[in-house]
Design a protein around this ligand. Structure first.
Ligand code: ME8
Length: 651
């Protein structure tokens, strides 16, 4: 694999330092970091930019409430977010604050230039204003009389303002969105074109007079620059662009290769931002990618809604890589993902502690025990073929996903190799081979496993850097600075060292209690379960990570026929299905609306988890769950292979 010398400029939004940082913010930044690290590994000259968006009425108000100046107010919060990024191993190359003097000066120049060339003009604004979003709206843009972005009350507003000729750029922006890959995922394109551009793009009010905490318009100091014009400019001012001259950094890194963000600010990045760049005569960013929201308690995790999970609380208890892994693995590309304490904890236990942790611990222990850690390549036999193929193809698979910015699927691919390696141990049974002594075959089995661990561990570096480093350290290696050597046989001999558990097994009930989540089992049941688990582990030490047959049969699966189906009101992902299960009729709410229309489901036979405790979903009691298979963005219902009566048991 050749080292490439191309540049890669990636940004995340610059965050408002107006309150608590939460796990939702961490998602974008960790996502950006995984991409930046992966690109560095591929030899790109990466510039990863993040920062803070510090102006505006909202911050002015918060500072007033706190009894400090706006600058003092933001300084404290900026220090906090920087420490958060440090704790999460975020490897940014630039951190911009919109209160940086260079940025403020550049914004003034950009504004003046657009005014002088006639792209900004002075007029009067009359309409509605949403203070939390700092946005003006026309009556027709409101939804039910409320702000279309956040759904909150708006106020009447009338003021003198400068306007940017957004309408002039509408055709070019439309072309950009409809005939290039500028905006991903594609589903967002229609939303932008139909709801905003084709609905009539009006000129944009780009100055405010009601408050002072902003960048003053140089030639009319009673006005401050609209916070979004100020904020969006960060992507070029951080490279030294000052409205006129091109700095070296600007020449090297602009245009951005990727602006990453959540869906609610796509409008600013896909309409206003390219129009501003067109007016400035600058090249356009190559792509913006909008991810979904991390939800908590059924809604977007958001400081203004108060439903936040504090990363500063999770970090000391679970560590940075547990958080990074959860965020990167749990959120499907472009879609929302729901955080619960339980999904977080079980994900860590299942993937990091069981699958990854056990593979590395078991292999290193066997290397040590059978060969004093000295492992050399032997002769591969047919049994090794599938593993070798999986090791060799992993980099290509991960790269293909990372090229389209899908870390969740990339991680899935890495864990497929980890899973295959665990199964390979069970098939090759090194402990049985060892009964005949330290044979060449035993050495070869351990070599294949060690190679799988090296390649998987190296490819894990962008996602969970310190875990990747620990894994490589157990092979007495350090992280490579390129993508060479990610195939089988590149390291002929190893001297490995045994290592402590990568991730301690978490007692989910105990951790949930510590998180303040109600316990799900009585203390007695917990004690019994604890004893049983202890016994099971003593009996089958090689089988950690598996469930036994009794566990499996606790789940009652039945064939069900969909006899009616409808959409669930105000829930674009949910369908309400009426199922015939033998003589019984059940109602099940299922999150498949993005993949099936109600009509398509009727008549299908599906597999129902019939003994799941009923629970209300959007006011409907859901009596079970239907099984689906999912692969990245694709999701299909699981159905019996041939005709069989509804109510039949799946066993
Ligand atoms: O909008 N799930 O800043 P902001 C996923 N300053 N991502 C989330 C999230 C959630 N629940 N909550 C926040 C601003 N985010 C402007 C940006 S850019 C020129 C100016 C992430 O502090 C997500 O990336 O409100 C979202 O786009 C960003 O935080 C908004 O952060």
């Amino acid at each position: 694999m050749k080292k490439c010398k191309e540049k890669f400029y990636i940004t995340t939004p610059i965050y408002y330092p107006s309150g608590k940082w939460h796990l939702g913010h961490c998602y974008t930044t960790v996502y950006g970091d995984a991409i930046a690290r992966f690109k560095r590994m591929e030899g790109y000259d990466v510039f990863y930019l993040t920062g803070t968006d510090e102006h505006g009425q909202k911050i002015e108000k918060r500072a007033e409430e706190a009894g400090v100046s706006p600058k003092e107010f933001v300084d404290g919060l900026v220090a906090e977010i920087k420490s958060l990024w440090e704790k999460l191993d975020v490897s940014y190359d630039g951190f911009i604050r919109t209160t940086d003097v260079c940025h403020e000066k550049a914004v003034q120049k950009i504004f003046k230039r657009l005014y002088e060339q006639g792209d900004i003009y002075k007029s009067k604004y009359k309409g509605k204003y949403c203070t939390p979003c700092e946005s003006f709206w026309t009556e027709s843009q409101l939804i039910n009389g409320k702000c279309p972005d956040c759904g909150r009350e708006v106020q009447d507003a009338e003021e003198e303002s400068y306007f940017f000729r957004l309408s002039k750029y509408a055709p070019r922006v439309r072309e950009l969105l409809t005939s290039t890959d500028y905006l991903k995922p594609e589903s967002r394109v229609n939303e932008m074109v139909n709801n905003f551009i084709d609905a009539g793009l009006e000129d944009l009010a780009v100055s405010r007079t009601g408050f002072t905490w902003g960048v003053p318009v140089e030639f009319d100091p009673g006005h401050v620059v609209y916070v979004w014009v100020d904020a969006l400019s960060n992507y070029i001012t951080a490279l030294g662009y000052d409205g006129e001259t091109q700095s070296d950094k600007m020449k090297k890194y602009w245009p951005a290769d990727l602006h990453l963000m959540a869906k609610e600010i796509v409008r600013f990045h896909s309409i206003i931002w390219p129009a501003m760049l067109m007016a400035l005569g600058l090249p356009l960013p190559k792509q913006i990618v909008a991810h979904g929201w991390l939800q908590f308690n059924g809604d977007k995790m958001s400081k203004s809604k108060g439903n936040v999970i504090d990363p500063f609380e999770l970090l000391p208890r679970y560590g940075k890589d547990a958080l990074r892994y959860y965020l990167l693995r749990a959120m499907p590309f472009g879609a929302d993902g729901a955080y619960t304490g339980e999904t977080f904890l079980t994900r860590i236990n299942a993937d990091l502690c069981n699958d990854l942790g056990n593979l590395v611990r078991r292999t290193m222990k066997m290397n040590e025990q059978y060969f004093g850690g000295k492992i050399v390549a032997g002769t591969a036999v047919a049994e090794d073929g599938p593993m070798i193929e999986k090791i060799n193809s992993l980099y290509g698979k991960v790269k293909a996903e990372m090229d389209v910015y899908k870390p969740q699927v990339a991680l899935e691919k890495i864990f497929e190799l980890i899973d295959a390696a665990n199964k390979y141990i069970d098939i090759a049974k090194p402990w049985t081979l060892n009964k005949e002594g330290a044979s060449e075959r035993l050495g070869q089995v351990l070599y294949v496993l060690t190679e799988a661990i090296r390649v998987a561990g190296t490819l894990l570096l962008p996602f969970v850097p310190s875990t990747g480093e620990k894994i490589l350290a157990s092979l007495k290696m350090t992280p490579p600075d390129n993508n060479d050597g990610l195939t089988y046989g590149k390291v002929e001999k190893y001297e490995t060292v045994a290592l402590d558990a990568l991730f301690p097994r978490l007692d989910v009930q105990k951790e949930l209690a510590a998180m303040g989540v109600e316990e799900e089992k009585s203390p007695d049941a917990k004690k019994d379960k604890g004893k049983k688990e202890e016994k099971k582990q003593m009996e089958t030490p090689e089988e950690e990570g598996y469930i036994n047959i009794d566990d499996f049969f606790r789940t009652k699966l039945k064939v069900a026929e969909v006899i009616a189906c409808e959409k669930v009101e105000k829930a674009d992902k949910l369908l309400k299905l009426t199922l015939k299960v033998g003589e019984e009729t059940r109602t099940v709410v299922s999150g498949i609306a993005k993949h099936y229309t109600p009509e398509e489901t009727v008549g299908k036979r599906v597999v129902l988890v019939s003994n799941l405790k009923p629970r209300p979903m959007r006011g409907i009691m859901s009596e079970g769950m239907i099984l689906c298979a999912s692969d990245g963005d694709k999701l299909v219902l699981v159905s019996p292979e041939a005709a069989i009566n509804s109510g039949a048991e799946v066993c």
